[in-house]
Ligand binder design. Structure first.
Ligand SMILES: [Zn+2]
Ligand SMILES: [Zn+2]
Length: 274
């Protein structure tokens, strides 16, 4: 798979608040971490939240965040991982141990609901896993990072039946303006990915346009969701400027102001500077 060229650097640093540095794409292995961090920093993406999605990924995220000052970690069992486990109890016990033992772990996530990849038969355990992650985020005072794919109403139903953690993020926000409002009213930060640059994403851009400046975040979800004009190639944190520039245009924000807001919002959303 080809790697897109580096875009023009941003006028102010931002954080990529959702990335999978450990995951390759197609036949390509993941880029070595120092190389990925250097490429990102060169265009103004100075800090990254590394998200681990299963037990090996969660261990990897904790090690990487301990080794590199620009990284902090989120650990969880991904909604599509939960139904595949032999024992949710045992896996959750390890996620709790990892999250509880390391201050470099700022988030519990990504957790949530995915009705696209998980069928009816897996949904009960997926919801149970979501509820346990919500509980864990509250008990450990970590940020809850939510994955929601084709499950907006059920995500709200679950959130409304639990008490919410102090800080929570809708990662790769994918709803319209009304759903954005519902999440914002409940205290969410909304994180926008490369999908906001896609041609058919008018509803998503409407959602971005109504999100208050102090609740906006940006992410890659790399190696997935590569922004226009590089769809189909490998995504990475150094491509965040393409997404942020598109966001500034949609919102009518000054680019440097939006970057500064995103940088500060990410610290608020993830429990302080690092
Ligand atoms: Zn996700
Ligand atoms: Zn992700």
């Amino acid at each position: 798979m080809t790697r897109p060229p580096a875009p023009e650097p941003l006028p102010h640093p931002v954080v990529d608040n959702h990335c999978h540095l450990d995951i390759g794409r197609g036949d390509d292995p993941a880029v070595p971490v120092p190389e990925a961090l250097a490429a990102a920093a060169a265009v103004g993406v100075r800090r990254i939240v590394q998200i681990g999605c299963d037990l090996p990924g969660a261990r990897w995220a904790v090690e990487a965040a301990s080794a590199y000052p620009s990284l902090v970690a989120g650990v969880a069992l991904h909604p599509n991982e939960a139904p595949r486990l032999d024992s949710l109890d045992e896996a959750m016990a390890e996620i709790e141990a990892l999250a509880g033992a390391h201050d470099r772990v700022r988030a519990v996530g990504e957790t949530g609901l995915d009705h696209f990849r998980t069928g009816e038969e897996g949904r009960a355990v997926q919801e149970e896993s979501f509820r346990r992650h919500i509980d864990l985020a509250k008990r450990l005072d970590k940020t809850l990072v939510i994955h929601d794919r084709d499950a907006h109403d059920d995500v709200l139903r679950v959130l409304d039946s639990e008490s919410l953690p102090e800080r929570w993020v809708m990662h790769c926000f994918s709803g319209d303006a009304a759903f954005a409002r519902a999440c914002l009213d409940r205290g969410a930060h909304l994180s926008f990915a490369g999908t906001v640059t896609f041609k058919n994403a008018g509803d998503l851009r409407d959602a971005l346009a109504i999100t208050p400046l102090d609740r906006v975040l940006v992410e890659t979800d790399a190696p997935y969701l590569t922004p226009t004009p590089h769809r189909g190639q490998v995504n990475a944190s150094y491509l965040v400027p393409l997404t942020v520039r598109a966001m500034a245009e949609v919102r009518g924000d000054d680019l440097a102001d939006l970057c500064a807001a995103i940088d500060g919002n990410t610290e608020v959303a993830f429990g302080g500077a690092w």
